[in-house]
Design a protein around this ligand. Structure first.
Ligand code: UDP
Ligand code: MG
Length: 336
């Protein structure tokens, strides 16, 4: 039994799997992040297993990453691993977040193709079969694009706006209305493993790699159980990571705002000095303008500092070079 404490060492392919690979069959790995999904994870696994059973020409590996769940998800996953030799569970020492969980799953997946998928059945397993078809016809990266989604009106509205904003300012072309539900060919997965930045926006990293890309359209279902693990705070952080990892537009924007306020300030200065020189008796009435200018510039400066600060904060956490995640244990079928 491999008791892994390190963070990014890829686990060797089990012997039995190697033999199968040698026989020329392709292995498809699923990367499955789990955070407090105890209510639905069993039905998820059943549905996934039923879906892949319709494509017996491939071998499968299911890499579940338990992202510090506190609701008994781990016990269920352990049970799944005990009953299904294709299941492997990477158990995190605490909650590291969705993007990091996907990263760990990728590090542990050995497939010729790797599929990243949520475990709440919002990404339907049958769609992953369509991705496999697209991969078989030569695509190296297959993204699933949402035709419709069942989330709250607020989430749909903000996501719609965000993807368009990102397309506008990002330096790489990030496909709109596409989450992390994707298939990566072995080559693409290997490349993606090399991206070790801490503020991760995986859909952007994938887009920046190139490769032969394809798309499948799907209707995103509702969660089967439980509620979203992306509250406002986490959603905003992911959104900010997306912008700051792929764009320096905010930094350029503050330069422009700086210029604009400089022009305004010049007008103000000319006006104030003119007034002082030619109409000295009314100068004291300029108090309003003084306040307006001071408060306005103060606000612009604070805002600019904030934008710069968020980039500097990211530089700081990158140079610390801490491990991306800590694994407590990797659980497999043959463990006791
Ligand atoms: N998830 C995770 N760690 C987290 C939050 C979420 O591994 O800190 C997993 C979660 O179990 C699910 C996927 O990431 O499989 C997507 O999360 P969720 O469904 O809550 O996000 P939404 O679909 O609402 O955007
Ligand atoms: Mg979901």
């Amino acid at each position: 039994m491999a008791e892994t404490i390190s963070h990014s060492v890829p686990v060797p392919v089990p012997q039995q799997q190697k033999a199968v690979e040698d026989a020329g069959r392709s292995l498809v790995s699923y990367v499955l992040p789990v955070y407090n999904e105890a209510e639905g994870i069993r039905s998820f696994h059943e549905e996934l297993a039923a879906s892949v059973a319709t494509r017996p020409e491939f071998d499968y590996q299911f890499v579940y990453v338990n992202d510090g769940s506190a609701d008994g998800s781990l016990a269920i996953l352990r049970d799944l691993a005990k009953n299904d030799p294709r299941v492997q569970v990477v158990d995190f020492a605490r909650n590291f977040g969705h993007q990091i969980a996907i990263t760990a799953g990728l590090d542990h997946a050995d497939g010729d193709a790797v599929i990243i998928m949520d475990t709440d059945l919002q990404d339907p397993p049958r769609v992953s079969l369509e991705m496999i078809d697209a991969w078989q016809s030569g695509a190296e990266i297959v993204s699933a694009r949402r035709r419709t989604r069942q989330d709250s009106r607020f989430k749909r509205f903000t996501a719609h706006g965000y993807y368009r904003l990102l397309r506008h300012c990002a330096e790489v072309e990030i496909p709109v209305d596409t989450g992390d539900f994707r298939l990566l060919d072995r080559r693409a997965a290997e490349e993606l493993r090399g991206f070790r930045e801490r503020s991760r926006f995986i859909r952007g990293m994938v887009a920046s790699m190139g490769f032969e890309q394809a798309e499948v359209l799907f209707d995103r279902d509702e969660r089967i159980a439980g509620e979203t693990k992306y509250p406002m705070r986490k959603m905003l952080r992911l959104a900010a990571d997306g912008v700051t990892s792929f764009s320096t537009v905010p930094l350029k924007l503050i330069t422009r705002i700086g210029f604009a306020s400089l022009v305004l300030a010049t007008v103000g200065i000319v006006y104030a000095v003119g007034l002082r020189l030619f109409l000295p008796e009314v100068t004291v009435s300029g108090w309003t303008m003084l306040m307006v200018a001071m408060l306005f510039l103060g606000g612009v400066q604070m805002l600019s500092l904030g934008v710069m600060g968020s980039y500097i904060g990211r530089i700081y956490s990158e140079v610390q070079q801490r491990p991306l995640y800590i694994v407590r244990k990797v659980i497999r079928y043959d463990d006791d």
